[in-house]
Design a protein around this ligand. Structure first.
Ligand code: SF4
Length: 289
């Protein structure tokens, strides 16, 4: 199958079979995001989705976990999702979990009964772009949720048995606000208890709408040194037993991975080593083209 867009899925899903069911993101408004801005969102036709399943089944595939792409597959109409889930179990009897990205709004648009039906049909892990624990930052970045909405909708999916996982971005609050954001984001996760958290420490792209805010002086970006200090504070404060954490700092080629609380000290030592090195270097702030 030809894949349109940039492949972007949580690292914990690398062993899953990625089944595209849509192109792009139906929301597509977050100002830092460039993943799908060049694409017109559309659902893929049923025939195309089923042909892809047949191709993989005929090649001997019977995956245990399947990740539905792209940007927010959980936003698909419930009946359409149920059709996809039914076909998945038809072609792949070994499938134990169907996972995907979701927005808070996607969840709010489904009734409790729909959520339960989707769980019963195999939906397990949802990955939500939480990004920050600060409401003003979420509003500035044009996320489609505020914190109260996120608390409400996460509780709804957890009630039916689905697993809440999150994306976050150190640095998203901008220059001088890293420690404040670390505290607020840790507090949010300590209450909502995600199973997995992926930290794509913010990187700035000249094609992102956020870059216009930077040029106009409405937003000042934090440098990577500040992001490391923010991450260290976040690691200190997180109190979610069993939370799997995977963090990227692409411009510094750093990655921190582990499970809380048992890997906390190991990860803190890694961050401290990085801070000791990078704090001696000139401010590290990249803008990708
Ligand atoms: S919801 Fe996710 S994929 Fe869609 S615009 Fe926002 S960050 Fe990008």
């Amino acid at each position: 199958m030809n894949y349109e867009g940039q492949i972007c899925r949580p690292p914990m899903e690398r062993a899953s079979y990625m089944l595209p069911v849509a192109v792009g993101c139906s929301y597509n408004a977050c100002t830092f995001c460039t993943l799908f801005k060049h694409l017109q969102y559309r659902q893929l036709p049923k025939e195309q989705i089923e042909q892809e399943m047949i191709r993989v089944r005929d090649a001997g595939g019977n995956p245990k976990t399947i990740f539905l792409g792209d940007g927010n597959a959980f936003g698909l109409d419930t009946q359409h999702l149920l059709w996809i889930l039914e076909r998945i179990h038809h072609y792949f009897p070994g499938c134990e979990a169907v996972n995907m990205d979701a927005t808070v709004t996607n969840i709010s648009q489904k009734s409790d009964e729909e959520l339960k039906t989707l769980y019963d049909a195999g939906v397990r892990n949802l990955y939500l772009g939480i990004e920050s624990g600060l409401d003003d930052v979420l509003a500035f970045m044009k996320k489609d949720h505020d914190l109260q909405q996120a608390y409400t909708q996460i509780a709804r999916i957890q009630k039916v048995g689905m697993i809440f996982n999150a994306h976050m971005m150190t640095g998203i609050a901008g220059k001088g606000r890293g420690l404040e954001n670390a505290q607020a984001t840790a507090e949010f996760f300590n209450r909502t208890k995600p199973h997995k958290v992926i930290n794509f420490s913010v990187f700035h792209h000249k094609r992102a709408p956020l870059f216009r805010d930077i040029e106009a002086g409405r937003y000042e970006a934090a440098d990577e040194q500040e992001n490391l200090h923010e991450e260290r504070r976040f690691m200190e404060l997180i109190e979610v037993p069993g939370m799997v954490y995977d963090a990227f700092h692409d411009t510094l080629e750093l990655r921190f991975r582990g499970t809380f609380p048992q890997d906390r000290e190991k990860m803190l030592a890694q961050v401290d080593k990085a801070i000791a090195h990078w704090d001696q270097q000139p401010s590290e702030l990249h803008f990708f083209r």
